[in-house]
Ligand binder design. Structure first.
Ligand code: BGC
Length: 345
């Protein structure tokens, strides 16, 4: 596994997209400069057989348009903002309503569907930066953002975000990788554990109702390892409405303190992934809206072929005053870290 930069493809306008491989000699990750996209993570199983444990595409073209955000860095506000509006310091801001003209989803896509500048690239690490203008997609403040992907000695892909704006603004970054630890098939047989006693129920258009609801005695209970498919098709209204899991879990532990928050395990390959973060929430999304199409290396993408664990502030925070807030002052730095760490039993 060598560290390298290679031409991956071209945008519809003819701009060159590069793929950068970083590695610790045991696992490796591939990052695109377009959307600071984590395209692949190659991980050995217990017998040393290496598989790509993320979902995506063979060629560049779908990365330019896919509304499924495979592997993307998402900013400046991941997840949904109700009605595409919120107030800061008594002023109302109207942001891009890119979801059915009703909701702002993933900041309108600005950070995910543009080129990032590569600042640093070494064998095991890459840093990319992105500048967003004041008022871009309706958000207040000119923002400078950085993301660093590092393959750690402990076989983690560590993602560090930092951002600062020149006006008070909301900041919520995530990575939108879809994982499949088997490197094939669907993820319904994977085991999952999430260190959360509660989740944020949503309405019919996936906006939090404001309630922080105990997971006890519901299919949302992942406090002990559970097969993802076990209750996914139950008649629990939250799952029926979202077509599966597409919910924010309220993580145990202090915001700002890095801790293990979730663990996934594929019994067949015996690959295991532990997620660490310092953020308060995580979105479990089971790829409910994925349409069947060709994916990477002859694989097919389809509903439930991967799951996302999107570390985040809870959705719609600026409109939900009882949620941990992510409004940052002008000049105040946002910093956060998420690590996807891999092992095989
Ligand atoms: C959302 C899903 C959405 C997906 C792709 C996830 O973060 O929760 O509802 O379909 O992103 O945009």
């Amino acid at each position: 596994m060598e560290s390298l930069k290679k031409l991956f493809g071209k945008t519809s306008k003819g701009e060159e997209v590069y793929a950068y491989t970083i590695t610790n000699g045991k696992i490796s990750a591939e990052i695109l400069d377009f959307g600071a996209t984590l395209r692949s993570i190659y991980v050995p199983d217990k017998n040393g057989n290496v598989a790509d444990v993320t979902i995506g595409y063979e060629d560049f073209a779908p990365y330019e348009t896919s509304s499924a955000y495979e592997g993307k860095t998402v900013g400046r506000y991941a997840n949904r903002i109700c009605g595409g509006k919120f107030e800061i310091n008594g002023k109302e801001y109207n942001v891009e309503k890119n979801e059915n003209n009703i909701t702002c989803l993933h900041g309108g896509g600005e950070f995910s569907f543009n080129f990032w500048k590569v600042e640093n690239f070494s064998d095991s690490s890459i840093t990319l930066s992105f500048e967003s203008e004041d008022g871009s997609f309706g958000f207040p403040g000119k923002m400078e953002a950085r993301v660093t992907f590092t393959v750690t000695e402990r076989n983690g892909v560590e993602i560090r975000y930092s951002a600062v704006a020149d006006k008070d603004t909301i900041i919520n970054f995530t990575n939108h990788s879809y994982f499949n630890l088997a490197g094939k098939g669907d993820i319904l047989g994977h085991l999952l554990k999430i260190n959360a006693n509660a989740f944020t129920p949503t309405d019919e258009i996936n906006i939090p109702t404001g309630e922080i609801k105990s997971v006890a005695a519901t299919p949302m209970d992942f406090r002990e390892f559970k097969v993802i498919g076990k209750e996914i098709n139950s008649d629990y209204a939250q799952l029926v409405n979202a077509g599966g899991y597409d919910h924010n879990f309220c993580l145990i532990g202090e915001k700002g303190q890095i801790r293990a928050v979730a663990e996934a395990y594929d019994p067949e390959s015996e690959r295991r992934m532990t997620v660490y973060t310092d953020l308060p929430g995580i979105q479990l999304y089971t790829g409910n809206f994925l349409e069947r199409c060709s994916g990477k290396a002859g694989r097919e993408n389809y509903k439930n072929c991967g799951f996302c664990l999107e570390t985040q502030y809870y959705p719609d925070t600026p409109n939900q005053k009882n949620f941990p807030q992510c409004t940052f002052k002008a000049g105040e730095e946002y910093n956060s870290v998420t690590i996807f760490e891999f092992s095989a039993d």
